[in-house]
Write a protein that binds this ligand. Structure first.
Ligand code: AMP
Length: 233
């Protein structure tokens, strides 16, 4: 615990995090969810858990994920709505949802019905070349999920996980061609959300390049300023 946590009112934050693949959203979302005591709802993680568990949802999602395409809106919206409703008064931190305007509209309708509007939308910014460098160099252990990077975090024995001895591989959706496609899809489908949320006065831009602790700090400051009643835009 650091001293910053003392002034945090837990469990009443409703936030969305979005940004291109490789912006470090997952890491930051997990930290912020813990700090504010709210559930971290990460659609990509939910899909991956379903793929690993061999469920029908996983089988359907995998076809899209392996190509860097988005899973259809109706599938994602139904899945998130259940979790947001279950989160009750606890609030939530949404990571990777919404990713399209129809998803954002569906979320807005759901939260209006529940009488629990969003507090803030954090937009993580980073440029494409940095994204490709980060993701296409990433390697993961198929058994324990440990992550490595070809430039600065290689396993002692090539292709073998230091932690569990499992195979360390390039994930299908981390291949450079797939990453480039994910970035195109991001520009086309997801980036317009900046305007959508900007118009609603909910958007805050966060520079996602640099030391992860500094990025958490930037995001926390943005949340604090919104809670103190400053306008987010
Ligand atoms: P992520 O881990 O957030 O990068 O998500 C991995 C993959 O899951 C994406 O490339 C999409 O195929 C799928 N996915 C995750 N969230 C969504 C969403 N909100 N809408 C559509 N597809 C999604």
């Amino acid at each position: 615990m650091d001293d910053q946590e003392d002034d945090v009112t837990t469990g009443d934050l409703r936030a969305v995090l979005f940004g291109p693949p490789g912006a470090g959203k997952g890491t930051q979302a997990a930290r912020l969810a813990e700090r504010y005591g709210v559930p971290h709802i990460a659609t990509g993680d939910i899909f991956r858990a379903n793929v690993n568990g061999g469920t029908d949802l996983g089988r359907e999602a995998k076809r899209y994920m392996d190509e860097g395409e988005l899973v259809p809106d109706d599938v994602v919206i139904g899945m998130v709505a259940d979790r947001v409703e279950d989160s009750g008064e606890a609030g939530f931190l949404l990571d990777g949802f919404p990713r399209t305007t129809p998803q954002a509209e569906a979320l807005e309708g759901l939260l209006d019905d529940l009488g629990r509007p969003l507090d803030i939308v954090l937009h993580f910014r980073i440029d494409d070349d940095e994204v490709v460098r980060r993701i296409a160099g990433r390697r993961v252990c198929v058994d324990c999920g440990a992550t490595y990077h070809v430039e600065h975090d290689v396993p002692e024995e090539e292709g073998v996980c230091d932690r569990c001895g499992g195979d360390v591989i390039l994930r299908d959706d981390d291949r450079e061609d797939v990453v480039r496609n994910r970035l195109d899809v991001y520009r086309e489908e997801t980036e317009p959300l900046a305007e959508f949320y900007g118009e609603r006065g909910l958007l805050v831009e966060v520079d996602a390049v640099g030391d992860p602790d500094a990025i958490t700090e930037r995001a926390t400051e943005a949340i604090t300023s919104v809670r103190d009643g400053d306008t987010a835009a």
